[in-house]
Design a protein around this ligand. Structure first.
Ligand code: HEC
Length: 215
């Protein structure tokens, strides 16, 4: 063993010193990057591909790990559940994610990362994972957590998300109309105002009284 040594210091000690030096250098450079303001936090500037990969991988791994142990309730395919989820989605989600035939709202245009088209991406997740995302939101993105809403309502939103792939604008409008004519339950006071992304019944904006709508 000793015949391999070039200096009087044991090899592990040299390695340890190099490691410590590297560590100190990383801290100095990292601090300089932060304290000089060199890192650009502008939402108009994309991440480097490596940073993007890192954030993406961390997000997906975190969601998958945290959703383990969440069991979806029975009856997510019930039409009543899907209608409840449609209402929740139209009121709270379409403004950022859009909906079939409904473009994203203004707020969503400048967000980075961009709110994805959930018809395309929700298939990547299980029901439990979707529930976790909707309940807790995603840090350092525009995705809010909805933990102050009933779990029942959040599961209904998951029921809606599962129907989203392949849903046509007509299907969506029909669901919204059906929900309205079943009488919208108001969960919050501000629901009285039309929200961006909401489909209004033709011929009027008073969604409490969708007179003349049959389904
Ligand atoms: C203020 C804008 C905003 C609102 C409102 C919003 N989201 Fe999001 N959402 C985002 C953003 C931004 C992301 C992307 C996060 C990322 O890329 O890391 C996201 C991500 C998601 C994802 C993960 C998708 C993926 O591809 O990984 C799901 C699922 C989701 N949102 C569902 C919802 C639901 C359901 C609602 C309504 C209850 C909602 N969002 C409301 C901005 C929003």
């Amino acid at each position: 063993m000793h015949s391999f040594l070039m200096s009087h210091q044991p090899r592990w000690q040299v390695a340890l010193e190099m490691l410590a030096l590297g560590f100190i250098l990383a801290i100095v450079c990292g601090s300089a990057l932060i304290y000089t303001g060199a890192y650009d936090v502008a939402a108009t500037r994309r991440h480097w591909p490596l940073t993007e990969w890192l954030l993406d991988t961390a997000r997906i791994r975190s969601i998958k790990a945290r959703a383990v142990g969440i069991t979806p309730p029975a009856g997510l395919d019930d039409h009543a559940k899907i209608l409840m989820g449609t209402e929740h989605y139209a009121d709270h989600c379409a403004v950022c994610h859009g909906a079939p035939g409904v473009p994203k709202g203004d707020i969503a245009q400048g967000l980075y990362p961009q709110p994805p088209d959930l018809a395309a991406t929700s298939k990547r997740y299980t029901d439990a994972e979707l529930f976790w995302i909707v309940k807790h939101g995603i840090k350092m993105t525009g995705m809010p957590g909805w933990a102050d809403h009933d779990d029942d309502e959040l599961w209904a939103t998951v029921a809606f998300l599962k129907m989203l792939p392949g849903m046509t604008p007509e299907d969506y409008a029909k669901l919204v109309m059906q929900d309205m004519s079943h009488g919208r339950q108001h969960h919050e006071g501000h629901d009285a105002q039309p929200q961006p992304g909401m489909v209004q019944p033709p011929g009027g904006t008073d969604h409490d009284h969708p007179a003349g709508h049959q389904h």
